[in-house]
Ligand binder design. Sequence first.
Ligand code: BGC
Length: 434
Amino acid sequence: MPIVEPPEKHDHQTLKFPKTFLWGAASSAFQVEGNNTQADWWTWEQKAQPPADRSGQAANHYNLYEKDFKLAAELGHNSHRLSLEWSRIEPQEGQFDQAEIDHYKAVLKSLKDKGMTVMLTLHHFSNPQWIAELGGWSNAATAGYFERFVQKIVPELKDSVDLWITINEPGIYVYMAYLSGEWPPQQKSRFKALRAYWNMADAHRKAYAAIHQLIPHAKVGIAQNIQSYQPFHAHSVLEHLAVLFSDLTSNHLFYYMTRGTHDFLGVNYYFHHRFNHLASKKMKLAIVDVAEESREVSDLGWEVYPEGIFDVLADLSDHIPIYITECGIASTNDDRRTRFLIHYLQEVYRAMQAGVDVRGFFYWSLTDNLEWHRGYNPRFGLIDIDFNTQKRTVRKSALVYREIIEHNGIPHHLLRLLAHGLTTAEIKHIIATD
Ligand code: BGC
């Protein structure tokens, strides 16, 4: 006889999401299209210290978008987030290429024909080469060039766009391009970083006003990389100060600088950090190395920490509506991706129960793609891409995501996968018998 009798009845209810919830995946033009020869990143790939891979054909999404969107629709997605490649549309300063504008019209129409809600990002890391030559984002004039681009493209595409993202992750862009110096223009300069950050805030404000002038009821926001921070020692004032400083500067500063110009907030969630003042004698304050704790990590070494998405959503609960505009894992182990999806969505559900107004979830990413300077090895996709043949293969995690979308929530039999660490080989059995 067990000491504690198991309860007679388990609560096997589905964790239900609101009826209007958006379920989809995200991508960005430069990472999937291929042959973006007018972009600064392309120029940089040709001559800089070679990154892991050159973008080349990428996933050839420029030509295969119809196939990719058809797969997304078959996988149950009711929405999709994608971006424009500015350098295609305006390859030379002030010269707009109508054929490329028509291409994007066709791309967006293809999504609309499949009944999808469309979220369009206007700037996702890459720039026209001519912008780079004029000084890139550290040049104040770039905000004005971006505004002119927005004024040109929005009237052309507005019938097929529901939600607009002006700029993707300004903080990450500025950090990588002007502080760590790993991305073009590789200028390690605090002064230029501050200027670029300031100019991106200016560009967002200008774009927000321009879109609203053209479409008064438009829904416009940014996609912000929001990170979860915690102290290692609950009693350490120093660690709490580090948390406060990091949260304010990396999560909230851009939003505050541009307050009054957001109809929603896009949250890209990937990172959880703990500060431990004992971790590094040299720095006095350091981020815990999760590898030392043998925690579960992605193929990029990023910690799998589902509770972090609850924490950041709770931190933002006094904000306007939120969309999870990116959340995903780089892993060649698809069982890990399956558990990741279920577990992170369970935490999103909890945050919504706690009162956070979350309206949609876009998994990063629909397909495998160019992970910027890290090349093609990190595999984020719901759909596997063979970059030699361009063959698409739907991963099992995508089928589990479809199961969630079909239930408009997480059915109990999927939650069991978390408790037991089951493999995808066993998933079919569970779906069939539960
Ligand atoms: C970016 C994506 C990137 C993803 C994974 C986000 O910061 O918006 O372009 O691929 O993270 O690193």
